[in-house]
Design a protein around this ligand. Structure first.
Ligand code: HSE
Length: 307
C-alpha cells in the first residue's frame, strides 16, 4: 500500500498593493494523508475546517488536483477516487482569504505526484497549481514558503522570486465568522483603473519590496496601502478601514486585507501582537460577528511530504 502524508501552510495574498503578485506563507497548516488501496472501497474523511460542507466525492478540489496530475502524466485510467483512503485534517478556515483552496490543490498535486513515482519537478507542480488556481499569489507561497513575488511572462510563464522572511515579525490574523467566495470578491473589482491609482499602487509595491528586502518596516503602513482592490472590497467588509487604522494605532507596522478577504492581517513585532489582535477582534465583536484569532509566524518551508 502506497501512503503519502503532506503538510501545507496557509497563505496571505496581495499584502495590500501587490494584487495577484505578492503572497506569503503562514504557520497554520492542513495535513493530508492519502493511501492507495487498489481493489478496495476508498474512504474520504475530513476533520476540522469544512468537515460538514466539503464534498467527499469527485467534486472535492484536492481530488480534482490529484486527477489533473494523473491526466498530465497520462495515467488517468489507472486511478479513481475509490482507489484511495483520503484523510484531511484542516486547520485553515475556508473561503476566508487564507489560501485554503491553494492548500488543498498543492496537497493533491504533491500527493498524486508522489504516488506516481515523483515524475514532476517542483516547478512543474507549481505551474499546474497556478493553472488550477488561475492566479499565482496563494499557490506559489503554499509550495515554496516565505514571501513570494509571482510575475507572469508573455506566455503566462511565471517568474517567481522570494523576499527575505522577517523572522521576528508576527502576523496577526482576524477571521470573521462569515465566508466570502474569491469569485464574488473578484467580480466586484473594476476592469479598468485610473492611471493615478495604478501609479499609487506601483509606488507602494516598490516600498513594500524595499521594506522586506531591508527588514526596515518604518514605511510598512504606507507600503501596504492599496487602490486596486481593497476600496472596492470594503463594500463587502465595511469595517475594513477601521480595522486597518486601529491595528496601526495599536502599534502594527502595517495591515491589510488578506487575499480576497474577509480575513484581515496585521504585521507587527512580537511585543505588540496581542494588543493589535485584541483591538481588531473587539471591532468584530462590537459588530456581533464571531471572530477566529491567530498570532502567526511566516512559514519558510512551504508544502512538504512528512513522514
Ligand atoms: N489575489 C487574489 C485576489 C487572491 O485578491 O482576488 C485570492 O485569494
Amino acid at each position: 500500500m502506497k501512503k503519502v502524508k503532506v503538510r501545507v501552510p496557509a497563505t496571505t495574498a496581495n499584502l495590500g498593493p501587490g494584487f495577484d503578485i505578492f503572497g506569503a506563507s503562514l504557520s497554520i497548516y492542513n495535513e493530508v494523508e492519502i493511501s492507495l488501496i487498489k481493489n478496495s472501497t476508498g474512504t474520504f474523511t475530513i476533520v476540522g475546517e469544512g468537515k460538514t460542507i466539503l464534498p467527499r466525492n469527485e467534486k472535492n478540489i484536492l481530488w480534482k488536483a490529484m486527477d489533473s496530475v494523473f491526466g498530465l502524466l497520462d495515467v488517468r485510467d489507472k486511478y479513481k477516487l475509490s482507489d484511495f483512503n483520503i484523510k484531511l485534517k484542516n486547520h485553515i478556515p475556508l473561503s476566508s482569504g487564507l489560501g485554503s483552496s491553494s492548500a488543498a490543490r498543492a496537497a493533491g498535486i504533491i500527493a498524486a505526484n508522489e504516488i506516481c513515482g515523483n515524475k514532476l519537478s517542483l516547478r512543474e507542480m507549481v505551474d499546474l497549481g497556478i493553472k488550477l488556481e488561475s492566479h499565482p499569489d496563494n499557490i506559489v507561497p503554499a509550495f515554496y514558503g516565505g514571501i513570494c513575488i509571482s510575475v507572469a511572462g508573455p506566455d503566462n510563464e511565471f517568474i517567481v522570486e522570494q523576499l527575505p522572511v522577517a523572522k521576528k515579525m508576527k502576523i496577526v490574523v482576524c477571521t470573521p465568522g462569515f465566508e466570502l467566495a474569491t469569485e464574488r470578491s473578484r467580480n466586484i473589482l473594476p476592469l479598468k483603473y485610473d492611471r493615478r491609482d495604478v501609479v499609487f499602487n506601483s509606488a507602494r509595491v516598490a516600498l513594500l519590496t524595499k521594506a522586506f528586502c531591508m527588514s526596515d518596516f518604518s514605511n510598512l503602513a504606507k507600503a501596504m496601502q492599496d487602490r486596486l482592490h481593497q476600496p472596492y472590497r470594503a463594500k463587502l467588509i465595511p469595517v475594513m478601514e477601521e480595522l486597518i487604522s486601529s491595528a496601526l494605532k495599536a502599534g502594527a507596522y502595517g495591515a491589510c486585507l488578506s487575499g480576497s478577504g474577509p480575513s484581515m492581517v496585521a504585521f507587527c513585532s512580537s511585543n505588540k501582537a496581542k494588543e493589535v489582535l485584541s483591538v481588531m477582534a473587539k471591532i468584530w465583536k462590537r459588530e456581533t460577528v464571531p471572530v477566529k484569532q491567530f498570532i502567526l509566524d511566516f512559514d519558510s518551508n512551504g508544502a512538504k511530504i512528512i513522514k
